[in-house]
Design a protein. Structure first.
Length: 623
């Protein structure tokens, strides 16, 4: 079977046991013949209780530099496409957000802190006009509020979704374009005054007392269990609002983005508070985000290259010397040139190793590749120094006074793409980072041809809804408790054993989308038992349970339990890996509450491989 974690640890979590059988399992005249019908068959048992559902901790690393307003807006607007794929598979999620901002002291940005999970919104725009918008027709007196679309969209989210009392701030949404322009050039005050402020008129900041903040208490970690209603349904609108506030990270972050380093820092013991079993600091900034029996997913959203560094940019003078020049943001591209000796940039492979090391240190056990899902929405590969006229970077002196980017001689950073989102630059370091993980758990897909680059998805703004849907499906497929080996393999339905309980005609069905592979639907079974730990449910409760096939209750096959009715669950291709596996999902929306306090066990049979397996698969069964 495919193992998602360290084998022993994951088996303990799932309550998984594998039993080799010789001949029939427990065969006698008082109950139906068990699944296994051949010597060497294996019976697999897995826990499938609601509270043991597949789990994933998802870290979004969102670029909060000056050009990211459209991308952040598209992420908010299409978040439901992402989360639906995960919630439809009943996956227990944690969601947190951090940014690419890794500057410890930076007065322009009052909310983001290096590697910290961020829940307070930061809607105030940067001074860079890229994310301001403009008045569509300044000569039209009836067109006083058509411009500054990115600012108005951020305003609406901050007011309507994030404030304690939206009615208090509705007047801000009627501010004219002239007033916005006046605030932006500070003739009317500071830009933050266009947005909800503290009682003294100051802008909210990280660590501001809750009594002073205009914003409601938005959790730093969005937890699956906190968004389920009494019927067990997911409160998608509440989740959308909270994520909208968290992901409104703004555009005031440091222009030298360090997304890879931010992810590494976010899961370090310094930020998580030590190991899960023995935390040393439960007040650590990101404590409670990571869980023991959960996979980890990291998602980057950026339009720039990564600039995670360890050392000074001695080849190009000091970093500060570039500040104030028109190509200050290009220093990372210069340092990333192929063949450059002693680059200050940390190799992407080393950052991937550091991420796994920090996850290991924070969880307290070895975290391997197959327990990490890595995804990135970044620009197409256009690495500086590759196929360019001159591999020598511009100096700070050459940058000063330039009015264009890139420079006329083509020695500056090259554009990856120009879209309705704006200009994006190479995402090659993010691609190199992603290639360090299990290809089956990387998004976008790693091309089969090693000489072909991955898709630069930030360059496809018109497809963002599909991108997020596919990303959600990839995570769901990587996390779901899918069945990767064929239960009771068959070539035709007459080879399938009779259903033990409930009647019906067994069928030999396609195994997901795997070619020329089929399984018997009578070769797997869900069983229900009273919960052993909490004692909330007893055998008396189970005897009248709507999910039980009556004649299976307390049978020799299920002593103290029952077999679950087949119409209570559906079998389909595994999301994200339809050609490899099948998955079971509940058909009843009330399943979470209906099964609360009970234990659910999935049991299926793997037949031994033979030269003529078809002739050995089937045999008649009797009651």
């Amino acid at each position: 079977m495919k193992q998602d974690f360290n084998t022993l640890r994951w088996s303990a979590v799932l309550g998984l046991t594998v039993v080799a059988t010789s001949g029939l399992l427990g065969a006698c005249n008082s109950h139906p013949v068990e699944f296994a019908q051949a010597t060497g068959a294996i019976s697999v048992h897995e826990e499938r209780s609601p509270d043991s559902a597949a789990a994933v901790d998802i870290l979004w690393v969102i670029d909060n530099s000056g050009s990211m307003c459209e991308e952040q807006g598209a992420l908010r607007d299409n978040f439901q496409q992402f989360i639906t794929q995960i919630s439809d598979q009943n996956i227990d999620f944690h969601i947190g957000v951090t940014t690419t901002h890794m500057k410890d002291i930076y007065p322009l940005e009052t909310v983001a802190r290096p590697g910290h999970l961020q829940s307070m919104p930061q809607p105030v725009p940067t001074y860079i006009p890229t994310c301001h918008g403009s008045d569509d027709d300044p000569e039209d007196p009836n067109d006083a509020m058509d411009g500054y679309k990115p600012i108005r969209e951020a305003l609406a989210v901050a007011v309507d979704d994030c404030t304690k009392d939206p009615s208090q701030w509705q007047g801000l949404k009627s501010i004219s374009d002239d007033d916005i322009a006046c605030h932006l050039d500070r003739s009317c005050g500071e830009p933050h005054e266009m947005f909800p402020t503290a009682p003294d008129g100051t802008q909210p900041y990280a660590g501001m007392p809750a009594t002073e903040s205009p914003y409601r208490d938005i959790p730093k970690v969005l937890r699956f269990g906190d968004y389920r209603d009494d019927a067990g349904n997911l409160d998608v609108e509440g989740l959308r609002k909270d994520f909208a506030c968290m992901s409104l990270v703004g555009t005031r972050g440091y222009s030298i983005e360090k997304g890879l380093a931010a992810a590494v820092k976010a899961v370090s013991p310094e930020m998580t508070g030590g190991t899960l079993d023995e935390p040393t600091d439960k007040d650590a900034p990101n404590h409670g985000f990571l869980r023991d029996a959960a996979k980890f997913a990291v998602i980057f959203v950026t339009d720039e290259t990564d600039c995670s560094q360890s050392g000074q940019y001695e080849h190009f003078a000091d970093e500060e010397e570039f500040e104030g020049t028109t190509c200050s943001g290009q220093i990372c591209a210069f340092a990333n040139a192929p063949g450059l000796e002693n680059s200050p940039l940390i190799p992407a492979a080393d950052l991937a190793d550091s991420l796994k090391q920090n996850l290991t240190a924070s969880k307290g056990y070895d975290v391997e590749n197959d327990s990490v899902i890595a995804a990135s929405i970044h620009g197409r590969w256009k690495r500086y120094g590759v196929n360019y006229p001159d591999g020598q970077p511009l100096t700070p002196q050459e940058c000063k006074g330039m009015q264009e980017r890139p420079d006329p001689e083509g020695r500056g950073e090259q554009t990856s793409c120009n879209t309705t989102f704006g200009t994006a630059y190479s995402g090659d370091r993010y691609e190199r980072f992603l290639r360090q993980f299990d290809p089956e758990q990387v998004f976008p897909k790693i091309p089969d041809n090693p000489n072909t680059y991955m898709d630069g998805l930030i360059c496809r703004p018109g497809e963002i809804a599909n991108t997020l849907e596919s990303l959600g499906r990839t995570i769901a497929g990587s996390v779901s408790q899918c069945i990767y080996q064929v239960p009771y393999a068959c070539d035709s339905s007459d080879q399938c054993p009779a259903f033990a309980f409930g009647g019906g005609t067994p069928e030999c069905l396609p195994f997901g989308q795997k070619p020329n592979t089929s399984y018997c639907n009578s070769g797997l079974q869900l069983r229900l038992y009273p919960g052993k730990d909490d004692g909330d449910k007893t055998f008396a409760d189970l005897q009248n349970h709507e999910y039980c096939i009556p004649e299976s209750i307390d049978s020799s096959m299920t002593p103290g339990g029952c077999v679950i009715k087949r119409d209570k669950y559906a079998i389909s291709a595994c999301p994200g890996a339809p050609e490899l596996a099948i998955n079971l999902t509940w058909t009843d929306d009330r399943y979470f509450n209906t099964l609360s306090g009970y234990e659910v066990e999935l049991v299926y049979t793997l037949l031994p491989e033979t030269d003529d397996s078809a002739s050995n698969n089937g045999s008649e069964t009797t009651n």
